[in-house]
Design a protein around this ligand. Structure first.
Ligand SMILES: NC(=O)c1ccc[n+]([C@@H]2O[C@H](COP(=O)([O-])OP(=O)(O)OC[C@H]3O[C@@H](n4cnc5c(N)ncnc54)[C@H](O)[C@@H]3O)[C@@H](O)[C@H]2O)c1
Length: 270
């Protein structure tokens, strides 16, 4: 019989090594904090050395300055992590490039290269760097950050498809390394109140409409810690039978789209 996991606690990570690329800020930083608290030995990699260094110091974790568009540097990361902490048992790819809400004809085509380089190529290269080693060790879990924008229609005509590509490659990698004991999943957040998004809500009030919280079934936006919880679950042995999925964490943003034609999601009963 399959042993039953005791559930999330301070020993869940069992001292295994988790690498968080894009771990200096936002969802990646929340994930690093949560997984460190659950007994993983966390390594951070990010191009933001100031924030990454500060969080790494707080967690007593190693920090690696990394630009995911630098293929040689991404390929070299597993060996650097292994030298510092040991081989990686979990990888979270949270580095992301974002897009403004513009008319397509106002968008600079150079944005195609910038956004696809980070989101599509960077995520692919990070999986290629860590997956084969996990497969040789017959154990590992990878979580790639996609987005609700991968499946919903949004004005983000580069960012959305870049996230669809991440969902697609996640399914490919799940088949690639599944028989070797490596699980590969995606997590798709809805609008999540990381500092970057909070700043945009203040500086670009028109970006999301009058009250973006009203576009979700739950009537609020997502907290970074709620996305981290889903990521930590998928990394853990509690998700031992789950691979190749895209787990949505969006407060029901996707749900409410179909309800809009009927006047919006139902208010609570009196
Ligand atoms: N916050 C949201 O509303 C939201 C919604 C859906 C999906 N996501 C996805 O979640 C992930 C994390 O987003 P976030 O909101 O926490 O953003 P964030 O800006 O707070 O954090 C992203 C991190 O990635 C790092 N990064 C960016 N480009 C990099 C590069 N080239 N190399 C290395 N590191 C790089 C940044 O320095 C930063 O630390 C992204 O993939 C994003 O697309 C976020």
């Amino acid at each position: 019989m399959t042993p039953v996991s005791p559930g999330p606690d301070a020993t869940e990570g069992r001292g295994r090594v988790a690498v968080v690329i894009g771990g200096a800020n936002g969802i990646g930083a929340a994930t690093a904090r949560l997984m460190a608290a659950r007994g993983w030995r966390v390594a951070l990699a990010d191009c933001d050395a100031a924030a990454g260094g500060a969080l790494a110091a707080a967690l007593a974790a190693p920090f690696f300055a990394l630009d995911v568009t630098d293929r040689a540097a991404v390929a070299a990361l597993p060996a650097r992590v292994e030298a510092a902490l040991g081989p990686a048992a979990a990888l979270v790819v949270s580095a992301g490039a974002f897009q403004r809400n513009l008319r397509v004809e106002e968008e600079d085509p150079a944005e195609l290269d910038r956004i696809l380089a980070v989101n599509v190529k960077g995520t692919w290269c990070a999986n290629r760097a860590f997956g084969p080693g996990m497969a040789r060790r017959r154990a590992g879990s990878i979580v790639n950050l996609a987005s609700t924008a991968a499946s919903l229609a949004t004005p983000l005509s580069i960012y959305g498809p870049s996230k669809s590509a991440i969902v697609g490659m996640t399914r490919s990698f799940a088949g690639e390394w599944g028989r070797a004991g490596v699980r590969v999943n995606a997590v798709s957040p809805g609008i999540t109140l990381v500092e970057r998004v909070r700043a945009r809500l203040r500086s670009e009030p028109g970006r999301y409409g009058a009250d973006p919280a009203q576009t979700t079934a739950l009537g609020r936006l997502v907290a970074p810690e709620e996305v981290a919880e889903a990521i930590a679950f998928l990394c853990s042995d509690r998700a031992s039978a789950i691979t190749g999925i895209d787990l949505t964490v969006d407060c029901g943003w996707g749900v409410s789209a179909g309800w809009a034609m009927y006047g919006g999601v139902r208010p609570p009963p009196a």
